[in-house]
Design a protein around this ligand. Structure first.
Ligand SMILES: NC(=O)C1=CN([C@@H]2O[C@H](COP(=O)(O)OP(=O)(O)OC[C@H]3O[C@@H](n4cnc5c(N)ncnc54)[C@H](OP(=O)(O)O)[C@@H]3O)[C@@H](O)[C@H]2O)C=CC1
Ligand SMILES: O=C(O)C1=N[C@H](C(=O)O)C[C@H](O)C1
Length: 249
């Protein structure tokens, strides 16, 4: 049998980090060598070749930079990676050109397909809005998945020369029309009992198309996390979106 990939998990007592540590331990070709949490010294990451990072948006860039500086590949699930943060990371990666970093707004296969289908549909519809629903312990809104979907749709609309989405609203003191991401209205619900859900609703004259994805359990993210761990070393530099490892793009 070939040698196992040595893996560390950062954010290991969190909801996702805990699930990821279990998934790594259960995989024959991977070996969990380190678990790190808030306040821990990451040091040499327990000798890991690949780190999995599920923490909070404000901590993630420093954790990833620590790994990159040591040539440890990173699979990042944490949200909040603005264009500015991505640019800084690209600069850090220039100093460590063999190192791969995957930043994946969503690891669930159905979510990747939902985003791809939405991107495909975008140029055919005058109207589109996104509604995402998550558990109420989530700290960021809108979700990384919703922001990424809106970006993909917004770019596809621009490329097709579409006008902005029609909206006659002139009075909205409470923000009932939601946030705008890349020109696309995005609405966020936080409900006890839910995990991660998203609907992309398109409207055209006399018709509607709805694309919906549901993660009912965090195990839905684990095949994607493990694929990232297995493939990240073969993709030096920065990759945003697991779809690029799966041929969905
Ligand atoms: N890409 C994807 O498919 C998915 C991404 N996510 C994203 O993953 C992230 C984590 O989500 P979730 O697991 O639900 O959140 P949790 O709050 O359950 O977990 C976050 C963990 O990170 C720890 N932490 C905080 N700061 C640091 C630090 N500086 N170094 C190391 N650990 C730290 C926290 O510790 P403490 O509690 O002690 O502060 C906590 O254990 C979020 O950004 C979420 O949006 C979630 C699901 C799927
Ligand atoms: O916090 C979560 O739970 C999730 N976060 C990611 C996001 O913000 O898109 C992925 C998934 O939606 C679950």
């Amino acid at each position: 049998m070939s040698e196992r990939i040595l893996v560390a998990v950062i954010g290991a007592t969190g909801r996702m980090g805990g699930e990821a540590a279990k998934a790594v331990e259960a995989a024959d070709d991977l070996q969990l060598v380190g678990r790190f949490d808030d306040g821990d010294d990451l040091g040499n990451l327990g000798g890991a070749q690949v780190a999995v990072e599920f923490t909070v948006p404000d901590a993630s860039p420093a954790n990833v930079a620590h790994c990159v500086a040591r040539g440890v590949h990173v699979v990042v699930g944490t949200t909040g990676w603005s264009d500015e943060r991505l640019e800084t990371l690209r600069t850090q990666l220039q100093e460590s050109s063999d190192t791969g970093v995957l930043i994946a707004p969503n690891f669930a296969i159905g979510a990747l397909l939902m985003m791809s289908f939405a991107q495909q549909a975008a140029k055919f519809y005058e109207s589109v809005e996104i509604v995402e629903t998550h558990h109420p312990d989530k700290v960021d809104a809108p979700s990384g998945t919703a922001a990424r979907t809106a970006d993909l749709i917004g770019t596809a609309r621009e490329d097709a020369g579409l006008d902005p989405v029609p909206d006659a609203t002139t009075s909205d003191p409470g923000g009932a029309r939601g946030a705008r991401v890349h020109g696309i209205p995005v609405h966020a619900m936080r409900l006890r009992g839910r995990v991660a859900h998203q609907e992309v609703s398109f409207g055209g004259v006399g018709e509607a198309l709805t694309i919906r994805h549901d993660s009912f359990d965090r195990v839905s993210f684990m095949p994607g996390v493990l694929t990232g761990v297995r493939k990240v070393a073969a993709h030096p530099g920065l990759t945003v979106g697991l779809e690029h490892f799966l041929g969905i793009d």
